[in-house]
Design a binder for this molecule. Structure first.
Ligand SMILES: *Cc1c(COP(=O)(O)O)cnc(C)c1O
Length: 396
């Protein structure tokens, strides 16, 4: 038996976690079934008692979903995982399963909109307190800690401004205070950033983004130690039912086969596009973690293997210029999604971050002219030509 944990990510992504049926199929099989039948009543009893291995019900576990979880564990270097119906199911489960009334969360205010709603609006309804801080300032994590602080939660790079949080420093501080760290690693992807190696306890993904990467289905995953999952997520997951559909797990397994190829190529394209954008007079600041002029370029080199597939830049002409520019694009499409093979552009202030107050947006640096670009797999020359014609057409 090959020990895939010792092999390279490219090999893990193609071969890891496969559990072939007696037919010896090449591709991962799709077990589109709700439940499982037993030869005898005794066998059912033994399986429910945990005395015999096997599947019981697809809300708990399913062979196709299990292959997806095992492949993700190999890639992330995690002991265990639970696949969820969406990225938000992953984040909300990872947080709520371990918290109770009277507990306190410290979270970076630079969060994906729904993640911020979970900690800022939902958690307090259950008596869980939240303090939002500027996550890029490590000292603010320490200052916000209280006797009842249970969880630190953040993303890095952040959406949409691509600010970085010092993962190793925040993880170290959390360990010294007995606080559990939960990271949403969507923007970096498991290819470019390994939070568990940097000391993080729990990693969440929206598999909807780069892991599918081809616009097909929603999914998510929570990864951690076996102990943390057994003690926190196992029962919560079984009884609240955020489970992933076997069909989506099958699709995402096929997505994983090409994940590193896609992320590396998209990152390469993003670097070229960011360099070109930085030279345009109509464009103000370009934020890309792979460029030397990113405010945290040194930290990016320490904790990421590449600059990511995402760029954020400012149209000097504000909202009107940003809209005219987006409307003039012909290859790059307008969408709030990201991580896709297709390049996608979005205007955060009026879409993904419209629910924040103007003040909260400005605090994070989200301006009326801010544009977020998710760079895809198209040829970089064609993307640059499209951006150039759109800038010209927009009169910017
Ligand atoms: C998209 C996204 C999510 C939510 O994922 P869904 O699959 O849409 O539920 C969470 N965090 C980040 C950073 C995201 O980009």
């Amino acid at each position: 038996m090959v020990d895939f944990s010792k092999l390279h990510p490219e090999t893990q992504l193609v071969q890891g976690g496969i559990n072939r049926s007696p037919y010896g199929e090449t591709s991962e099989s799709l077990f589109l079934t709700q439940g499982f039948v037993y030869e005898t009543a005794e066998a059912a009893e033994a399986r429910f008692k945990g005395e015999e291995p096997g599947f019981i019900y697809s809300r708990y576990a399913n062979p196709t979903v299990d292959m997806f979880e095992k492949r993700m564990c190999l890639l992330e270097g995690a002991e265990d995982a639970r696949a969820t119906a969406s990225g938000m199911a992953a984040v909300s489960s990872a947080l709520l399963c371990q918290l109770q009334a009277g507990d306190h969360i410290v979270a970076a205010k630079q969060l994906f909109g729904s993640c911020r709603w979970v900690v800022e609006t939902l958690a307090p309804k259950y008596g869980i307190e939240t303090t939002l801080i500027d996550g890029t300032k490590t000292e603010q994590w320490e200052a916000a800690c209280k006797a009842n602080t249970k969880v630190f939660f953040f993303e890095s790079p952040t959406n949409p401004m691509l600010a970085l949080i010092d993962i190793a420093a925040v993880a170290k501080l959390a360990k010294s205070k007995g606080v559990t760290t939960v990271i949403d690693n969507v923007f970096a992807t498991p290819v470019l950033q390994k939070p568990l190696e940097l000391g993080i306890d729990v990693v969440c993904y929206s598999a909807t983004k780069h892991i599918d990467g081809q616009g097909r289905c929603l999914g998510g995953v929570v990864l951690s130690s076996k102990e943390w999952i057994d003690e926190n997520l196992h029962d919560y997951f079984r009884h609240t039912g955020p489970s992933m559909s076997p069909f989506n797990a099958w699709t995402l397994l096929k997505g994983l086969e090409t994940l590193s190829l896609r992320v590396e190529k998209q990152t390469d394209n993003a670097g070229k596009v960011a360099d070109w954008l930085a030279e345009q007079t109509a464009i103000g600041k370009v934020l890309y973690p792979g460029r030397d002029d990113h405010p945290q370029a040194e930290l990016a080199r320490q904790q990421m293997k590449g600059g990511s597939t995402m760029i954020c830049f400012e149209m000097k002409g504000g909202k009107a210029a940003a809209f005219a520019f987006e409307n003039a694009l012909e290859i790059i499409r307008i969408s709030n999604n990201l991580g896709d093979a297709k390049s996608l552009v979005t205007h955060p202030a009026t879409t993904t971050h419209k629910n924040l107050s103007e003040e909260a947006r400005l605090e994070q640096g989200i301006l009326p002219g801010s544009v977020r670009l998710s760079v895809g797999l198209e040829h970089s020359d064609d993307l640059i030509a499209d951006l150039a014609q759109a800038l010209e057409k927009a009169g910017a």
